[in-house]
Design a protein around this ligand. Structure first.
Ligand code: NAI
Ligand code: A1CAB
Length: 276
């Protein structure tokens, strides 16, 4: 099975990294694992092609049509604004039986089918919203099944993305929210880590050590919530000793409208996705 990627930027390479690290079986649990020889990718510049070919030992080309023709599964990983030109370019060469996976924010199944001149009901199309932690196998991908995708398409797409972390199947109406809370939120998490570390640096801690503490605390907190299934408010309360240090910090965050600001950030992402 050939897996093609059009666009070899941050997200495509995070998925490729996840796929190769996990050695996912392409044809089911017991099938042969996907290797670099099964992957072909295209990018706009020969420099990007060369860099990613060297990094992953995959085949690369600047010819998107070559990838579209070769792929049994084709991941479209260009920015939404470049999507229409890529669709126009490959629509004529894309095989009928190729499973197409779009990871573009904001572009609906209906719109993508339209860009390819296909009927959504018979187009084997899945939409995914992954995130960059996929690169280390810790991604979380929202998956939407297009009306023309078969059961085995949905299973294959889920298995591919599972190799980069976890996947959650959602209806398309929730995809813009998922773009924010799955796709974009690592950026917010990194800003939070930076801010935590800056605070520790201000209190005298060496910066490198501060990043380690901040990142480990975030990763550990997320793991605690996912493994116990406890409410985040309850887990927060467990940290806040009466008259202690943490509640002073919680008060400072509330004074700075921390939660409302984060909600606004998610809302801004959703709004932008709707405009794309
Ligand atoms: N970066 C992220 O965390 C996430 C990104 N996405 C989606 O993934 C897609 C790609 O985003 P990134 O990887 O961040 O962008 P990027 O800019 O890092 O990568 C896009 C790649 O596409 C290439 N490209 C542009 N026009 C092309 C063309 N005509 N033919 C072939 N290649 C072309 C660029 O040279 C670049 O290598 C976007 O649609 C975005 O919405 C989804 C979830 C998370
Ligand atoms: O910023 C973006 O447009 C993409 C979509 C979700 C994360 N990154």
């Amino acid at each position: 099975m050939k897996i093609g990627f059009i666009g070899l930027g941050n997200m495509a390479t995070a998925i490729i990294g996840g796929l190769l690290a996990k050695g996912m079986a392409a044809t089911g649990e017991d099938g042969p694992a996907i290797t670099a020889a099964d992957i072909i990718g295209s990018a706009k510049t020969p420099e990007t092609c060369q860099a990613q070919a060297q990094r992953f030992a995959i085949a690369t080309t600047t010819d998107n049509r070559e990838v579209a023709t070769a792929a049994d599964v084709l991941v479209l990983a260009v920015k939404p604004m470049f999507f229409p030109e890529v669709a126009r370019e490959i629509a004529g060469t894309l095989r009928e039986d190729t499973l197409v996976i779009s990871i573009a924010a904001g572009l609906t199944v209906e719109r993508i089918a339209q860009l390819f001149g296909r009927d959504a009901d018979s187009f084997r199309l899945m939409r995914c919203m992954p995130n960059t932690p996929a690169l280390v196998g810790a991604g979380c991908t929202a998956v939407v099944r297009g009306p023309g995708a078969t059961d085995s398409d949905a299973a294959l797409c889920t298995r591919l993305m599972d190799s980069c972390g976890r996947t959650i199947l959602i209806p398309e109406r929730l995809m813009d929210a998922a773009s924010a809370v799955a796709g974009s939120s690592p950026a917010f998490a990194f800003m939070f880590i930076e801010a935590l570390a800056d605070g520790a640096v201000e209190a005298g801690m060496p910066r490198a050590q501060a990043y380690q503490f901040a990142a480990a605390a975030l990763a550990g907190s997320a793991q605690l919530l996912l493994e116990t299934g406890q409410h985040p408010g309850q887990l927060k309360d467990m940290v806040c000793s009466p008259g202690g240090t943490t509640i002073e910090g919680v008060k400072a965050l509330e004074d700075g409208a921390f939660r409302a600001t984060v909600m606004d950030a998610v809302g801004a992402c959703v709004e932008k996705a709707r405009q794309l």
